[in-house]
Ligand binder design. Structure first.
Ligand code: ARG
Length: 392
């Protein structure tokens, strides 16, 4: 058994007893829904997808609901279509060929932080499926005028802590040192001794409320211990990574309605972990360690020791996920699939905006077909969309 699903008998969520500072909701929470945006979306939905209710009738319903409440309620089909198209429009994502298969969990009735936490934990379990990862989004309550929806402050549901040590170094994920400081200040009891792969708690606030903290039970976090197909010493480094990347802080905007908490996940590409998370100098910075174990000459850049260690790192990640039976893409196959997606979109008469610098993988860029061309410019006004954190 190469994957570790730790058992936990604890309650699924634990409230943090500490009182926290209030966080402000974005401007979308104050405004009524823009009718133009609602209309544009409904037109798109009806032209691409269609529905039983005639278009004119649906339009009248939506108009009336906006008159009365300043907002309107998407049908489940509209929400599902909206979330899928938001993915289709995500210019930085190479995995968009699968946009139609996004599994949508409708938790729009949920807004209390404790319930949002529970919904996130269920999301992880449902999306993980023991390793057969399923692209999933959970949509919590939207912003309504005077009633902002909940917010998740973590950038992903699962992230590892970065513990600042007395020597000024960081143990764990350097990128999360500030966030770790923040949750510690709010009362998070960091594991003792501090580890390199300690899963951070969820930090969630209701629309008007203060952030509350919730522990993620370890049996909701599938992790893969890393080993190398040729080098037994690699396992001695005791590295690991979690199976599910789930972005948690990008608001989903559909037809003028903002859903500030709508965590979504796909599956990993080996390079994200092997060529970024474990190797970026401000993250785990592990290339020197791997190079040394490989016996490479690190005395000069010109030996290309970094490049050689990097390839072995990505190999180890890919090998370990495969061994553990956890879904993971490789950059060569995924690049080809992405071009299939671009061609399909062109055939459907749609623009397919893409951000070259995000699409091209961080290793062997020129070996992949996505490198050798340009794409439609990303359009920040395109909707439905996932916005940058704080944009809504
Ligand atoms: N690059 C991010 C990470 O390493 C994950 C971003 C989303 N990735 C994905 N395959 N859906 O955690």
């Amino acid at each position: 058994m190469t994957s570790t699903i730790a058992q936990s008998t604890e309650l699924p969520v634990q409230r943090c007893p500490v009182d926290h500072a209030t966080t402000g909701a974005g401007p979308a929470a104050a405004r009524p829904v823009d009718r133009e945006e609602a209309l544009d979306f409904l037109e798109q939905f009806y032209s691409e997808s269609g529905a039983e209710t005639p278009f004119e009738q649906r339009l009248r319903e939506v108009d009336l609901e906006i008159d009365e409440t300043g907002c309107y309620t998407h049908t489940l089909d509209e929400l599902t279509f909206g979330a899928r198209v938001a993915w289709r429009n995500a210019a930085r994502c190479i995995g968009r060929l699968y946009w139609k298969s996004l599994h949508v969990r409708d938790l729009r009735h949920v807004s209390a932080p404790v319930d949002v936490a529970e919904g996130c934990i269920d999301h992880l379990r449902e999306a993980t499926r023991g390793g057969r990862i399923r692209s999933t989004i959970t949509v919590f309550a939207p912003d309504r005028p005077g009633r902002p929806g909940p917010r998740i402050h973590n950038d992903q549901l699962i992230r590892y802590a970065g513990h600042r040590t007395e020597t000024g170094e960081v143990r764990g994920d350097g990128r999360y040192a500030d966030f770790t400081d923040q949750v510690v200040a709010l009362g998070w009891e960091r594991p003792s001794p501090a580890g390199r792969f300690d899963v951070l708690p969820l930090l969630i606030s209701s629309g008007h409320g203060k952030p509350e903290m919730f522990r993620i039970p370890s049996d909701a976090v599938l992790e893969v211990p890393l080993s190398h197909p040729d080098h037994p010493w690699f396992a001695e480094l005791r590295l690991r990574w979690h199976a599910v990347p789930a972005i948690a802080n990008m608001p989903l905007v559909v037809g003028g309605v903002t859903y500030p908490a709508a965590p979504f996940n796909g599956w990993y590409l080996g390079t994200e972990i092997g060529a970024r998370n474990l190797t970026d100098v401000d993250r785990y910075d592990l290339l020197p360690v791997v190079a040394q174990r490989l016996g490479l000459d690190t005395s000069s850049e010109r030996t290309l020791w970094r490049d050689r260690a990097l390839v072995e790192m990505v190999r180890a990640v890919q090998h370990s996920f495969d061994e553990a039976g956890v879904t993971m893409a490789d950059h060569h196959s995924e690049s080809r699939r992405f071009l299939t997606h671009v061609a399909k979109e062109e055939k459907a008469g749609r623009r397919c905006p893409a951000d070259w610098s995000w699409i091209v993988p961080p290793v062997s860029g020129g070996l992949t077909p996505v490198y050798h061309r340009y794409y439609d410019e990303p359009d920040p006004t395109q909707r439905p969309a996932f916005l940058q954190p704080g944009e809504a």
